[in-house]
Design a protein around this ligand. Structure first.
Ligand code: PCA
Length: 216
């Protein structure tokens, strides 16, 4: 019997950010075991043209029971468990390939939105129970993080059951990011959270997601 897998992705740095905690959390949890499943981690480029094909390849390669993507949302103070991804790309800053989408669909033939298929409320409860601030978020924006959740759901939509549970969590800044960029966000800088605390929260979210998933 092969061990079930969890696909956990983070994003590379983008915009003004020299770091992206999401890639660091994914790397820190790589090859660890959560609830009997092993974490396969990857860092995605902040590149609208490449995210879909890369996620497709990762899903085919890992055939996960859970696919959880992570990203940075500077200014948030808690782990934000995203409920929904919309079929819109509308960028306030260009992606790392220099592309600035203005209101086009991610998939011309896709539905307007997909709901995350991880149990979002249970994730928030589990993350909080691990001592980590968390909340439910009803918008993942219209940039690459929204696109990642949309594509995960879209790519597995045609798969036979049981399909992987798909979700997305936005993370706060790391303390070192907030310290370096304080002047660009008022005197106090952004709210921040340590890498270890974020990792504990994401592990709790993965545990909660695996509850009720049949691992064969
Ligand atoms: N955050 C961006 C894209 C990559 C990331 O980490 C977002 O929220 O869309």
């Amino acid at each position: 019997m092969t061990q079930p897998t969890i696909l956990l992705t983070g994003f590379e740095p983008f915009g003004d950010h020299a770091l992206n905690p999401s890639a660091q959390v994914a790397a820190a949890l790589a090859e660890t075991t959560v609830g009997g499943a092993v974490v396969r981690a990857a860092t995605l480029p902040v590149d609208a043209a490449r995210v879909g094909p890369l996620l497709h390849g990762l899903l085919e390669e890992t055939r996960p029971v859970v696919a959880l993507a992570l990203g940075l949302a500077a200014g948030r103070a808690a782990l934000n468990v995203e409920r929904v991804a919309v079929n819109v790309r509308d960028f306030t800053i260009a992606d790392n390939a220099g592309v600035q989408a203005t209101g086009e669909p991610i998939c011309a033939d896709g539905p307007d939105a997909y709901l995350a298929t991880v149990p979002v409320r249970a994730l928030v409860t589990a993350i909080r129970a691990a001592g980590v601030p968390a909340c439910l978020s009803n918008t993942a924006g219209t940039y690459l993080c929204n696109q990642a959740l949309y594509m995960l759901a879209h790519l597995v939509a045609g798969w036979p059951e049981p399909r992987p549970r798909c979700g997305f969590i936005h993370l706060p800044c790391l303390p070192e990011q907030a310290a370096h960029q304080a002047r660009s966000y008022g005197d106090e800088g952004w709210p921040s959270m340590s890498l270890a605390t974020m990792c504990a929260g994401v592990r709790a979210a993965l545990h909660a997601t695996l509850e009720g998933v049949t691992i064969s």
